[in-house]
Design a protein around this ligand. Structure first.
Ligand code: ATP
Length: 296
């Protein structure tokens, strides 16, 4: 469905993207993960045909997105990182304007999306919060039933309830066969929707992995509070688990991938409480860089 090959763009300040390559298959939800300034939006702008590649190329359904930008943009639903709205419009005006551009007469899907995302379309866009504007943009990207939907940081500005509704919408579309490319900072969001993800940092792809591999890269910090202090001591001194900290009856263990050993070791003693904290995306990256590893 989407092929990105050796995409390179260096801005005058030396920043940009270098040799970015990945493929998104039909029906796949593909995450594009990276910290601020990594090159996600620059890559997506090239994919949409808004920027001319310095080197490399992008094709959607076999069409070059730079030379065939007009055709390609009709096939795709797109949510930009920052949406430029036309002055003086309400949400409704904007969505009607977009429908005319997309040449879609059926407004049933648009109405369903508005209902799901719970916002007042009659509000002037200039009075909308960032989250409300984001909802208008999501409706515009989904409402014409495109085969491919490209979303640049779709949940930025959305509250947790709306993030959840957004995830449900993506999964419903995926079940209908829609293909997605979705950039994000947020590992949990990608984890819940994507089949595979590319990780980009400093303009370069450092990994393209399926979501299970990504999950296994992520360390979890498990904090166990034992019923008895002496048991915490025994757990730590047994040396079977990588103990990060030990304070009285409280122990923190770092686990990556294999949870069985932890469960077996912990179950030897009465436990008062157990809390699991996922390593955030930034830490996953740092771990990558610590090991100076580049994996494809
Ligand atoms: N038009 C431009 N001129 C100069 N530098 C630019 C331009 N656009 C982007 N950059 C730089 O290129 C790098 C990649 O930016 P990009 O916006 O693609 O990152 P991003 O991964 O989308 O980040 P964020 O998550 O913050 O949106 C950054 O260092 C940015 O400052």
């Amino acid at each position: 469905m989407l092929i990105v090959e050796g995409l390179t763009k260096v801005f005058a300040n030396g920043k940009g993207i270098a040799d970015v390559s990945f493929t998104v298959n039909r029906g796949e939800v593909f995450g594009f993960l990276g910290p601020n300034g990594a090159g996600k939006s620059t890559t997506i702008r090239h994919i949409m045909g808004f920027m001319k590649p310095e080197r490399g190329k992008v094709s959607i359904k076999g069409l070059d997105t730079w030379t065939k930008q007009g055709v390609v943009q009709k096939l795709v639903g797109y949510l930009p990182g920052e949406i430029a709205f036309i002055e003086g419009m309400t949400g409704k005006d904007f969505l009607e304007f977009m429908s005319r551009m997309q040449r879609v007469n059926n407004s049933a899907k648009r109405s369903r999306l508005i209902e799901r995302l719970q916002f007042d379309v009659n509000t002037p866009i200039r009075k909308m919060s960032k989250g409300m504007k984001q909802k208008v943009g999501i409706v515009a990207a989904f409402m014409h039933d495109p085969e491919l939907i490209i979303l640049d940081e779709p949940t930025s500005g959305l509250d947790p309830l709306m993030q959840q509704i957004f995830i449900e919408l993506v999964l419903e579309e995926k079940a209908q066969g829609t293909t997605f490319l979705m950039s994000s900072h947020s590992f949990p969001e990608v984890e819940r929707t994507c089949d595979r993800a590319a990780i980009i940092k400093d303009g370069r792809i450092i990994a393209v992995k399926n979501i299970h591999e990504l999950q296994s890269m992520q360390r979890k910090l498990v904090e166990i509070v034992f019923e008895h202090e002496e048991d915490a001591g025994k757990f730590a001194s047994a040396g079977n688990m990588p103990v990060e900290s030990h304070d009285g009856r409280r122990i923190t263990v770092a686990v990556q991938g294999n949870y069985n050993d932890l469960i077996q070791e912990t179950a030897k003693y009465p436990v008062r409480s157990l809390d699991v904290k996922a390593q955030n995306l930034e830490d996953v990256f740092m771990h990558y860089y610590d090991r100076k590893e580049c994996v494809r």
